[in-house]
Ligand binder design. Structure first.
Ligand code: PDD
Length: 281
């Protein structure tokens, strides 16, 4: 395997960054995860636009032009011979002696790009069964709209899910409303077939899969309601699911130990999962 690190394509086992990288010391950086299908990057332009926004919000310099970044991502995919999988891209504020203040102007940002195969069949078999979710208090900072590598609450939530025998954790805000998953956006389907997901204006990352699923769902004739929902509403919902580049559309069949509907993956979630890649293709 190969990884791109600051201008070089290195063997994966030897791809390292400096001990004084600000990503390592302060989690002072941002990232993107892009799905690869049939060797192609899915929704690349939307991921690149979000990367630019995350960098701008944190005042980190764009490490290279978008076209150059596209070339690097494709080269990493090619060198790793990935047909179905994921590209990971991380940009940090660079390497400088440890100091909370931004480094001197002109300090180049660090950039890392990796790619790995994750055959879609694995995700598909998970989706055929559906997954369990637990809820955890949302104890993250207010800028979850920025896709930063500062993910400690997300790490702890996902681990708590695993230790509870679940696959994902949904964060719940102080008002008892679901914000999003540890690395996914949360959705439910109402009794009359409406899709409900939280507005991207507060408490969540604006997922690219979420954005594209709006189009997919509308084209398939579904109505979407952007509003917060509670765990109790989700447990009583007709269906629940979550979205992310790593999960596409994943049916949720159990929430805090209670089965959703009959405990089988929902037909609408399953249909949207199928339609998602037809739409992107
Ligand atoms: N996570 N919400 C959070 C907190 C996320 O970390 C992610 C993505 C999403 C979904 O965004 P998208 O549809 O653009 O993947 C929502 C990536 C996949 C990760 O951390 O692995």
């Amino acid at each position: 395997r190969f990884a791109y690190v600051n201008g070089l394509y290195l063997r994966h086992a030897e791809a390292v960054v400096h001990v004084e990288d600000r990503g390592y010391q302060f989690a002072d950086g941002v990232y993107e995860v892009c799905e690869i299908r049939n060797g192609r990057l899915i929704d690349e332009a939307l991921h690149m636009a979000r990367l630019e926004r995350s960098l701008r919000e944190l005042r980190i310099t764009m490490p290279m032009s978008l076209p150059a970044l596209g070339v690097v991502m494709r080269e990493v995919v090619r060198r790793n011979r990935v047909r179905e999988g994921l590209v990971y891209l991380q940009v940090t504020r660079g390497v400088a002696p440890r100091n909370h203040l931004f480094p001197a102007e002109g300090t180049p940002p660090s950039i890392v790009v990796t790619a790995k195969s994750a055959p879609s069949r694995a995700g598909d078999s998970k989706a055929e069964k559906g997954v369990s979710v637990i809820s955890v208090p949302d104890n993250r900072w207010e800028r979850v709209d920025i896709k930063t590598v500062s993910l400690l609450p997300n790490v702890l939530a996902k681990q708590a899910a695993k230790e509870a025998g679940a696959y994902e954790a949904w964060f719940v805000d102080a008002d008892g409303m679901v914000t999003e998953g540890s690395s996914t956006n949360a959705w439910i389907v109402t009794a009359d077939g409406k899709l409900v997901t939280r507005p991207a204006e507060s408490g969540i990352l604006r997922g690219i899969t979420r954005t594209v699923l709006f189009e997919v769902a509308k084209a398939a004739g579904y109505r979407i309601e952007e509003r917060p929902f509670s765990i109790a509403e989700a447990q009583a919902a007709r269906e629940a699911f979550f979205t992310a580049a790593t999960a596409v559309v994943m049916p949720v069949v159990e929430l805090d130990g209670k089965p959703i509907a009959n405990g089988a993956p929902g037909t609408i979630a399953t249909e949207l999962r199928r339609r998602f890649h037809e739409f992107a293709a």
